[in-house]
Design a protein around this ligand. Structure first.
Ligand code: BES
Ligand code: ZN
Ligand code: ZN
Length: 501
């Protein structure tokens, strides 16, 4: 978070020299060796010739020169496969491997990489430069120290690379904000804490406005889903609306986030094991807040709206019960058969509210179902949409930034299963356990408004992203140490900034 990356064609080496190498390199390239202590150069050549360092993707080796100087070799994998992802992962691997003995300054030298690859390497460094130690007396030792990283480029590449690095730094600040929100313990991250943060945050940007719909207002407005989920907690629910460049004409992207700051399950109480992880149940709201930060800090000039549905799901004397029937903002009634299927209840109001902004499209993010984790593990987000082309665009945007989102089916049969209530318009639980992520998606679809709320009109283009498995616990993700991943801030940045291209 304190990493400063600069760019220059200078041959000076400040601090540790970082050398990204392809698999099979057996001699340090001349371009890499300029200004390096002769002894250290010989040491590097020895480990390369002996095969002690093979250049495998994400591998690193630190060498301390016997006559001075320090170098870290980092593997880029096979040269033929060396795309932006390989460079990004290598950059992250450097930050992950670096101990405080490496000093704070780093000089990165590529042997003939293009601007895009060098930028991706910088992006990986920025993304991995994160730790959450707000609650530790002893902060990570070098956290406060400014980390200076200099990327050595060719003459003439400077300007383009600098611009790229500055965008990546802004986007990384959005990812880090999302992680901060997700990692924050639930005694300090409750609906009003989130809305206070959003309010304070918006003050730094002239083109962003935050509106908070508090508990009383939500009751009056008829947000029966949000109210029912949140009423059992002493920390009352709210809806937070972010609007960027709202005065611009035309339709814009609209993001909706599930923001359950703690999910006990409510009266349908969850088992105790790992319940602490349910602090991440506001990951969807963190994703959309982080995306707004990424867009605002990089000076995005388009219009965007985000809606977060914040509530704490607690068992209490005044909590909702299984069997309750609630009336949502849409007017549709829901039979609540399980209070642990609460995400879909708060989202029913968020999705319906979205229609007021006449958006170009709606994407919701939610740590919605354990069933999605069963289906896709921690490797891919579940992705549903009422529009095949739109779903492909999101899938492609995820692939472009290495945040995978996998297409899942939105079938009428699942929707039918959810509307089969004897006493209400719909129910919040499927008939059985199977296909739980799909029935949840089908449930949400019922609350995606038609354009201008016209009964006979067309439904607004919408996608649902279940991040239950990908917002936390992604052990194979090089960009993340532990805890909240901050996934899909980068996907959304990519999708939104490329939307009209
Ligand atoms: N927040 C959970 C889903 C979840 C599970 C997120 C594991 C992250 C990791 C959600 O509110 C929930 O409890 N869903 C239930 C739905 C069921 C009652 C239909 C589930 O998945 O079991
Ligand atoms: Zn739940
Ligand atoms: Zn939940």
């Amino acid at each position: 978070m304190t990493m400063q990356i600069s760019v220059s064609p200078s041959h000076n080496i400040d601090g540790t020299l970082i050398l990204p190498l392809f698999e099979g390199t057996d001699l340090v390239p001349e371009a890499h060796a300029t200004g390096l202590h002769v002894a250290l150069k010989a040491q590097i050549n020895r480990v390369l010739a002996d095969g002690d360092f093979k250049g495998k993707a994400k591998s690193t080796m630190t060498l301390v020169g016997s006559e001075g100087g320090k170098a870290m070799l980092v593997g880029l994998g096979k040269e033929d496969d060396a795309d932006a992802h390989a460079y990004r992962k290598a950059g992250a691997a450097v930050v992950a491997a670096r101990k405080k003995t490496h000093g704070t300054d780093l000089t990165v030298r590529f042997a003939g990489a293009d601007v895009e690859s060098m930028g991706a390497f910088a992006e990986g460094m920025l993304l991995r430069d994160y730790s959450y130690d707000e609650y530790k007396m002893q902060k990570e030792e070098d956290k406060e120290a400014e980390r200076n990283v200099r990327i050595t480029c060719d003459e003439g590449q400077e300007e383009e690379l600098e611009a790229l690095v500055s965008i990546y730094a802004g986007v990384a600040s959005g990812v880090h904000l999302s992680r901060d929100l997700g990692n924050c313990p639930p005694n300090d991250m409750y609906p009003e804490a989130f809305s206070d943060m959003a309010w304070e945050w918006a003050k730094q940007y002239e083109n962003v406005e935050v509106t908070i719909i508090n508990y009383e207002h939500a009751i009056k407005a008829g947000m029966g889903g949000l109210v029912a989920v949140g009423m059992g907690s002493s920390r009352k629910p709210c809806m937070v609306i972010f609007e960027m460049n709202k005065e611009l004409p035309g339709r814009c992207p609209l993001l909706v986030g599930k923001g359950i700051t703690f999910d006990t399950g409510g009266i349908s109480l969850k088992p105790g094991a790992n319940m602490d992880e349910m602090k991440y149940d506001m990951g969807g709201s963190a994703t959309v807040f982080g995306t707004m930060q990424a867009l605002a800090s990089t000076g995005y000039e388009g219009k965007v709206v985000a809606i977060t549905c914040m509530a704490e799901n607690m068992p209490a004397a005044n909590a909702q019960r299984p069997g309750d029937v609630i009336t949502t903002l849409s007017g549709k009634t829901i039979e609540v058969l399980n209070t642990d299927a609460e995400g879909r209840l708060v989202l029913s109001d968020g999705l319906w509210k979205a229609g007021e902004f006449d958006p170009e499209f709606i994407i919701d993010f939610a740590t919605l179902t354990g069933a999605c984790v069963v289906a896709l593990g921690h490797e891919a987000t579940g992705l549903w949409s009422n529009d095949d082309d739109f779903r492909s665009k999101i899938h492609d945007a995820g692939n472009a930034v290495d945040e995978l989102a996998w297409p899942m089916p939105l079938l009428p049969a699942f929707e039918k299963e959810m509307t089969d209530s004897k006493i209400a318009d719909t129910r919040n639980l499927g008939a059985g356990r199977y296909g739980g992520a799909n029935t949840a998606a089908a449930f949400l679809k019922q609350f995606v408004p038609n354009r201008n709320y016209d009964e006979d009109g067309e439904q607004i283009t919408w996608a649902h992203m279940d991040i239950a498995g990908t917002y936390w616990g992604a052990k194979t993700n090089t960009m993340v140490g532990n805890g909240a991943t901050g996934i899909h801030v980068r996907t959304m940045y990519h999708l939104i900034t490329n939307w009209n291209n």
